[in-house]
Design a protein. Structure first.
Length: 277
């Protein structure tokens, strides 16, 4: 029996970005999944803060070259790769000079979120899907971490629902703090995020009761399983988490090692795929 394929998509990951709750768990889960006989690949943005020489990134020419449309403009996607230290696993970095060649990740030197963070996120989510298509590597499960990945469930469930590569893919979304969405103009964001046959009404799930953008809420509603991975998630997203019937895990538990908790939650998702064969 061939190994099940898990794609981890994360906005941050150690050792490439600084330590926080996303980068720490995104570093540990790939090896957890790999140790349980799963084939794992990781995709993340190639922020300008990532030292290419130190981490030995190099471009994958055969995968690069696609143009990603954001707000009616074309942006070339450059794909780079590095081996994850201490693991037999590759991490792929999705790069574009306009969006990621900066001295800071998500905020400027004054701590203010970049004005184009919404477009950076849209570019990244679209790029993830195009990269997997170029892999020709159908994932059984895609595990998304963080607000920069939040459009992926909607894209796969609605815009790419007829794409054979994703026919059997399950979506897991881990919700963390999403401090930058408050600066997003709701109408502009939804209009720019449209792709393929999506209509604006399809993305209304990303609005809260007041018409403001809530990225975690929208991602949860289009996912097959959800994880509350931070106590910083806003109340509207927490309420969405509580109200959903999908498999869910509240990972905000006061225990030192959460990996067994994650595997207990994740294992049935893979087992279902195995039984379906």
């Amino acid at each position: 029996m061939s190994k099940k394929r898990v794609l981890i998509v994360t906005q941050e990951m150690q050792p490439y970005t600084e330590l926080n709750e996303i980068s720490e768990i995104a570093r540990k889960l790939p090896q957890l999944y790999q140790s349980n006989n799963l084939e794992v690949r990781v995709l993340m943005p190639r922020f300008g803060t990532i030292n290419e020489r130190r981490h030995r990134l190099h471009e994958v020419v055969r995968l690069s070259g696609t143009n990603i449309i954001v707000d009616d403009d074309d942006y070339p996607l450059i794909i780079k790769v590095a081996s994850l230290p201490g693991a037999r696993m590759q991490v792929y970095f999705l790069d574009n000079e306009d969006f990621f060649k900066r001295k800071f990740m998500l905020e400027d030197a004054d701590g203010k979120g970049f004005e184009d963070n919404a477009n950076r996120m849209i570019f990244f989510c679209k790029s993830v899907i195009e990269t997997v298509k170029r892999f020709g590597w159908p994932p059984d499960v895609i595990h998304c971490h963080g607000w920069m990945t939040s459009l992926i469930p909607s894209y796969l469930k609605d815009a790419y629902s007829n794409e054979p590569l994703f026919n059997s893919t399950k979506l897991v979304y881990s919700a963390y703090d999403s401090p930058h969405e408050s600066s997003f103009n709701a109408e502009s964001f939804i209009e720019t995020a449209l792709t393929r046959n999506l209509e604006e009404k399809d993305l209304d799930i990303f609005k809260d009761a007041n018409g403001n953008i809530n990225l975690n809420k929208g991602a949860m509603l289009r996912s097959d399983a959800i994880i509350l991975a931070s106590d910083q998630v806003n109340e509207d997203a927490k309420n969405t988490f509580e109200s959903m019937d999908a498999p869910k895990l509240d990972a905000n538990q006061d225990i030192e090692d959460k990996l067994p908790l994650y595997w207990e939650f994740f294992e049935p998702l893979v087992a279902e795929e195995q039984e379906a064969e």
